[in-house]
Structures are given as C-alpha cells and as structure tokens.
Design a protein around this ligand. Structure first.
Ligand SMILES: [Fe+2]
Length: 295
C-alpha cells in the first residue's frame, strides 16, 4: 500500500482487509504524513502488524525537519496546502516516530517467489518523481528500464494503475490516506500475486471510517476545504450499479466495497440527495455531536 497520509482508520482497515484476503506480507511504500491530522496514530499499527516500510519524500523531510515536504508540486495552490499540512505534521509528529522514519530505506529490492520485485516511492528515477498512468509510452519505458526488475511498485503520484511495460509489471498501488478524487470515499491498495507463471496485481478499493478521519482533521483545525465535501459524493453514473465507472484495470469490483450507505442513495440509483447527511460535512460548531460522534 501507499501513502497512509496520517489516516490510521484507513491503515487499520487495510490490515484487516488484506489479511482477510490471505495476504502474507504487508508493505508500505512511504508518505506517512501529508493529509490527515493523526500521523502518530499510524506508528503502532505499522509496528504491531509487521508492515514493512520504505520512506517516501514526506518521511525523509519529517525525519530531517526540512522546511517543506519535497513533494515536487508545480501548482502554487498545491504548494500552499501542502505547506499547511506539512507544518502541522512536523509540529505534531513525535520525535521517536520521526527518528523511526529516518531509519527507513528509500527503496527495497527483493526476489520473491522467483520474481525480482523493486519497491520504490516515486519511481526508479527519483523519490518524488510522478509516475502517472498517462505518461507517454517512452516515459514508462524509461522508468521501467531504470529498474529492470520483473515488478516495480510505486505510490507517490497517488492514483492506482498497473501496466505491463516490456518484461516489467509496473504497479502504482495508490494511496490509503485520501480518496483519488474519483467521486468515492474509498481508497486504493494493491495485492501482488507472485505464485503463478506471471506476476499479477489486483487493485482493491477499500472502505474505511472516513467520517472519523474527517472529524479528526476538523478537530485539529485543518482547513475546511480539506475535510468538508464540496460536492455530492458521486452521481448517477457511479451509483446506478454501485460500481466505479472508471475503475482501474484489474481492480476489485465488489458491490459490498463500492456501494455507499443505502441512506445516501436515491431510489432507482440516481444521485444522492444528501451525500453525507449529519456527518462531518456539517458547518455546525465543533462541539456539536454529529452522526459519527467525532466531529
Ligand atoms: Fe510522495
């Protein structure tokens, strides 16, 4: 999995879901902070469940006490909000956890089940390289060629995808910390199957207690823009069949995972009338107890 971004609720859900699907080893490709308020809440979940981690650009920056996250954004607004979250994370991450981050390697390579598997954060070209699915084919080949592994796993750009590039299976495992701006509340991770004659990956949509995460961010005083839904969760296309319209190839399409609560759906499958009723979308005072009890 990639970027838990200070979201221990999603991390716990990931552990339970992956274990229930028979996953033997759990890996984190870094960026422990970067969106949510409770980065320290990740630490016991990572350690207690034996999750094997590499560092992302965020973890390197926090461990060194850098002035910014080194995320590599180009848009001024992206940098503005990234700085705000970074300042919060730097101020609220315990020194012990920061030191732990600083001892993580920034990549890992291992032969597993006969396959050469390369774990990176951005890409084989760099820690904060954005390996987007929509890059030209030559750019994909450049990154896969820089590794030469049978399988390369990455996360930094945050959107899950997989692609066979020559002899290399490249997988962006997505991030756990926040949704992929795809009109859904679920986040994504990947399951790698190395038992067969060909390495295979499945991209999995993961439901978690998003309400608790949003409430935590609200109580921490993070900007409303980050935790308050600004538009209906999704519309007719997504909820008619409770399947994601543009789900990544190889992704899980379990109805149980993908369907929003029935109370959020209009009879007949149309757009939601009240996407997240009574929860953290409310602009009520922080002292008001909402449906989730945490806002
Ligand atoms: Fe990153």
């Amino acid at each position: 999995m990639g970027g838990p971004y200070g979201n221990p609720w999603a991390l716990r859900a990931f552990v339970a879901d992956a274990r229930s699907r028979g996953c033997g080893r759990l890996f984190c490709l870094g960026d422990l902070g970067g969106f949510g308020a409770d980065v320290d809440g990740l630490w016991p979940v990572l350690v207690d469940n034996g999750i094997e981690c590499i560092a992302g650009n965020y973890d390197v920056a926090i461990s060194r006490g850098d002035q910014d996250c080194g995320c590599g954004y180009r848009d001024p607004r992206d940098n503005e909000y990234a700085q705000l979250i970074y300042d919060h994370t730097l101020a609220h991450t315990s020194r012990g956890f920061a030191a732990w981050m600083g001892r993580l390697p920034t990549e890992h390579r291992e032969r597993i089940g006969g396959y050469d598997v390369h774990f990176v954060h951005g890409s084989p070209l760099g820690l904060n390289d954005f390996w987007w699915e929509l890059l030209p084919a030559a750019e994909h080949r450049r990154r896969a060629g820089a590794s030469g592994a049978d399988v390369v796993l990455c996360t930094h750009s945050g959107l899950a995808w997989q692609q066979q590039i020559g002899d290399t299976l490249a997988v962006n495992v997505g991030v756990l910390g926040k949704p992929a701006n795809d009109g859904r509340t679920e986040v994504w991770y990947a399951i790698l199957d190395l038992d067969g004659p060909h390495a295979r990956a499945e991209l999995v949509a993961l439901a978690y207690d998003w309400c608790a995460q949003a409430g935590s961010m609200r109580l921490a005083g993070l900007p409303e823009l980050l935790w308050k839904p600004s538009k209906p969760v999704t519309g007719r296309r997504a909820w008619r069949s409770c399947r994601r319209p543009n789900a990544p190839a190889g992704s899980s399409t379990s109805t149980a995972v993908h369907c929003p609560p029935a109370s959020n759906r209009r009879p007949g499958g149309g757009a939601a009338l009240q996407p997240w009723p009574g929860c953290c979308a409310s602009s009520a005072s922080p002292s008001r107890t909402s449906r989730c009890g945490r806002c």
